[in-house]
Design a protein around this ligand. Structure first.
Ligand code: HEC
Length: 185
C-alpha cells in the first residue's frame, strides 16, 4: 500500500485528466457513517415509533396551555359558555380531574357515580344542571346535607376546573341541557 504522503494516480485518463487514488480521511468516513446511523435512529424515533409527540400534538398542547392561561385570567363564574369552553380543553379537564380525585372522589367515587355524595354523571340534579349552578353548589356546599363548601379551600380557578371535568363526563352541551332532570328527595 502506498504511504500516506505518497501521491498515487489511478490508471484511467479522461481528456488528459487523471484521478488521485487516495483513501477518504477517517474523520470524514466516520462523520458519514455516524450520520447514516443517526438518520436511521431519527427516522425510527420520529416517524415509526409513537415515542415522540407529533408536531400536531405539540401544537395542540401549546394551544391548550395558552388557552388555559387566558381562561384562568378571565373566569366569570356565571358564564356557562366559559365553563363549556373549559370542558373542551384537555389540560383544564386533566387538572380538574386531579382536584376531583384528591377532594371529591371519597364521597362521589372516582367514576362520579356517587356514594355518600350525589351521582354526578346521571344528569339528575338537585341544585341545578347549569355549569354556573354546579359551580355555586361546589363553592358554597350544601352543609346541612353533608356536602362541604370548597370555596375557601380550593378557590375559584380549581373549582371552575373541577366543574369543567364534571361537564366533560356529560358529552355535549345540548345533550346535557335537554336531558337534565330536576331531582328531589
Ligand atoms: C364528605 C362527602 C363529600 C365530599 C368530599 C364532596 N361532596 Fe359533593 N356532595 C356530597 C353530598 C352528601 C351531596 C348531596 C347534597 C344534597 O343532598 O343536597 C353532594 C352534592 C354535590 C353536588 C350537587 C349534585 C346535584 O345533584 O345537584 C355537586 C355538583 C358536588 N357534590 C360536587 C362535589 C365536588 C366537585 C367535590 C370536590 C371538590 C365534592 N362534591 C366533594 C358529599 C360530598
Amino acid at each position: 500500500m502506498a504511504k500516506k504522503t505518497e501521491i498515487t494516480l489511478r490508471e484511467h485518463v479522461y481528456d488528459g485528466i487523471q484521478e488521485y487514488d487516495q483513501k477518504l480521511p477517517n474523520w470524514w468516513l466516520f462523520t458519514l457513517y455516524a450520520a447514516i446511523v443517526f438518520s436511521v435512529g431519527y427516522w425510527f424515533y420520529h416517524f415509526q415509533s409513537s415515542i415522540s409527540a407529533t408536531d400536531g400534538e405539540r401544537v395542540e398542547a401549546q394551544m391548550n396551555r395558552i388557552e388555559r392561561i387566558k381562561l384562568a385570567n378571565s373566569i366569570d363564574v356565571t358564564d356557562n359558555d366559559l365553563f363549556w369552553k373549559m370542558a373542551a380543553n384537555s389540560d383544564i379537564v386533566a387538572s380538574g380531574e386531579a382536584t376531583f380525585m384528591a377532594n371529591c372522589a371519597a364521597c362521589h367515587k372516582s367514576d362520579l357515580s356517587g356514594d355518600i355524595g350525589e351521582n354526578l354523571v346521571d344528569n339528575q340534579w338537585k341544585h341545578g344542571h347549569l355549569p354556573a349552578n354546579i359551580y355555586a353548589t361546589v363553592y358554597d356546599g350544601v352543609l346541612e346535607k353533608g356536602m362541604p363548601n370548597w370555596g375557601n379551600l380550593l378557590g375559584q380557578q380549581k373549582i371552575a376546573e373541577v366543574v369543567a371535568f364534571i361537564l366533560s363526563k356529560h358529552g355535549d352541551r345540548e345533550k346535557m341541557e335537554s336531558e337534565a332532570v330536576v331531582k328531589t328527595d
